[in-house]
Design a protein around this ligand. Structure first.
Ligand SMILES: Cc1cc2nc3c(=O)[nH]c(=O)nc-3n(C[C@H](O)[C@H](O)[C@H](O)COP(=O)(O)OP(=O)(O)OC[C@H]3O[C@@H](n4cnc5c(N)ncnc54)[C@H](O)[C@@H]3O)c2cc1C
Length: 486
């Protein structure tokens, strides 16, 4: 085996920060070589810094020896952004988990490796709430959330990660310490580089601390599960709800293909046929809706939702948390259930404007007809962020070719509809082939100029986002990850 290209730099680093902080064994390097996309690119070493001084040392030496550095949280990203595309060093901050709550200020001071769900649990002890809730909330880290500007189920009402960041501390790629924003609610001093870091997928800096906004915790929830005769009927109903200016905390859409998979996996229908009028055995399209807040407001909005729900074939509702969990079952199981339709999925997170909902869902079915591959779709109907999928068998070259064609057509359609090719997962590796559909050369050049200004030696996650990586030339690794079991 050839000696790793940066062996002298790694030895020097070990001399500076201690060999115990650095792992170069095959197992550690493999574990840090991929994220949930499962595209593996081996690093030469995985570094576990003890403190800020170690981070500065890593970056200083990386610049001196031109070693690529990829920052890593929990590795739950789905775009390949945490994969060390150009090898070098992985800087793991997953052990930096400290969380402090300032109850009076409604702020959380957290290290980047803090698990998102644990930040919310700590806030809950003070009657406070950290709303951003990616479905990976039990596993993903705040650092990863900020770097991808993660969204989630509650974004409809509460917004995304960006809306909850008051301040960031960390290091420029050159190793200099910086602080953007602070523990204050207003801040307009200088350029807003805090927001430039948010969503930059680990390419512009290393986040070592975040100051997060917390809000009062909603004291009650009311959940509705509604069945519709078609995907179009469900999306029209979602639009009608938004026209009434009812703001649910959750408004999830599941198309018929998705519901079919969930019903087959669960072994029972979401609604019994008799509840749907008994005239069809075809599964319905579903909307899952949740209201939250103070009891009086939730009761008033529930009454308005009940009135609106008359356009559904059937609906169920509950204010009881245990019963609500049963209504959530179809949403929680649908993603894994899709693997009945193929052993691999292209999992996209596109966004379209409201007027694009129905053209988009119709186009997913057109792609199914054209490629012969299933296109189950679900997503966040209040903000247009839909998870469109193409299911295929990775071992079948013809299916791979058709999936590749289908996803390109899908992305072209999204841009044509005025949408975004990604709403929460980021570009990373997997969406790099589509970046130029979304952005003009002038826009990309502006982004590259920023990258060059902050990272003149191009050491932080080099080639992520901007260099087109053809994922079809790489075979995903076959591994079971913690979130696959749920
Ligand atoms: C089952 C499942 C459900 C998911 N659901 C959602 C969802 O609903 N919404 C959503 O938005 N995402 C979702 N995701 C994707 C993923 O969980 C998010 O992108 C999450 O924000 C990644 O966090 P992480 O800690 O795993 O980061 P990683 O995957 O380790 O890294 C992601 C990116 O952040 C960078 N990064 C990590 N830490 C730092 C740091 N300290 N400083 C600078 N850069 C850093 C990395 O370099 C990389 O570019 C889901 C993933 C899974 C597996």
């Amino acid at each position: 085996m050839p000696e790793p290209a940066h062996f002298p730099a790694t030895s020097q680093l070990a001399g500076c920060i201690g060999a115990v902080q650095i792992r170069t064994d095959a197992e550690s390097c493999f574990a840090a070589s991929f994220d949930n996309s499962r595209f593996s690119f081996l690093p030469e070493a995985v570094i576990f810094p003890r403190d800020e001084q170690d981070v500065a040392t890593v970056l200083r030496l990386a610049n001196q020896h031109r070693v690529p550095v990829t920052v890593r949280g929990a590795g739950s990203g789905t775009a390949g952004a945490a994969a060390p595309l150009r090898g070098g060093w992985v800087l793991s901050l997953a052990q930096w988990k400290n969380i402090e709550i300032d109850s009076a200020a409604s702020m959380a001071f957290v290290q980047p490796g803090a698990i998102t769900g644990e930040v919310d649990a700590a806030a809950a002890q003070h009657g406070l709430f950290y709303p951003p809730d990616p479905s990976s909330v039990k596993y993903c880290t705040i650092g990863g959330n900020i770097a991808t500007n993660a969204g989630g189920l509650r974004a409809a009402k509460y917004g995304v990660c960006r809306d909850y960041v008051y301040g960031l501390e960390g290091f420029l790629p050159t190793g200099e310490f910086v602080r953007w924003g602070g523990p204050v609610r207003k801040y307009v001093s200088g350029y807003n580089l805090k927001d430039l870091w948010i969503g930059s997928e680990g390419t512009l800096g290393v986040i070592t601390k975040a100051i997060l906004k917390l809000v009062p915790r909603p004291v009650c929830r009311h959940t509705f599960l509604l069945a519709f005769s078609s995907d179009e009927a469900a999306l029209e109903a979602a639009t009608a709800l938004l026209e009434k200016h009812i703001v649910p905390s959750v408004l999830e859409f599941l198309d018929r293909q998705t519901v079919t998979c969930a019903e087959r996996r669960n072994g029972f229908p979401v609604f019994p046929p008799e509840a749907l009028g008994g005239n069809s055995s075809a599964p319905p399209s579903i909307l899952l809706l949740e209201l939250d807040g103070v009891p009086a407001a939730v009761a008033e909005e529930s009454a308005r939702v009940r009135e609106w729900a008359s356009s559904a074939l059937a609906f169920r509702e509950t204010a009881d948390p245990a019963a609500a969990e049963k209504l959530w079952n179809v949403r929680r199981t649908c993603s894994q259930a899709m693997f009945q339709l193929g052993n691999a999925k292209l999992n996209e997170d596109i966004v379209v404007p409201l007027r694009g909902y129905i053209p988009l869902i119709q186009f997913t079915r057109e792609i199914m007809a054209r490629t012969g591959l299933a296109t189950p779709t679900f997503g966040h109907a209040a903000d247009g962020n839909f998870h469109i999928h193409i299911m295929y068998n990775r071992d079948d070259p013809d299916q791979c070719r058709r999936a590749e064609e289908g996803i390109l057509l899908m992305m072209q359609k999204v841009v044509e509809l005025g949408g975004a090719i990604t709403g929460e997962h980021g570009i990373g590796i997997t969406k790099s082939p589509f970046l130029r559909l979304q952005h003009s050369p002038a826009e990309i050049n502006a982004m590259l100029a920023i990258k060059h200004a902050l990272d003149p030696n191009n050491i932080l996650a080099p080639d992520q986002i901007f260099k087109v990586t053809n994922i079809w030339e790489h075979t995903p690794v076959k591994v079971t990850l913690p979130w696959d079991k749920h």
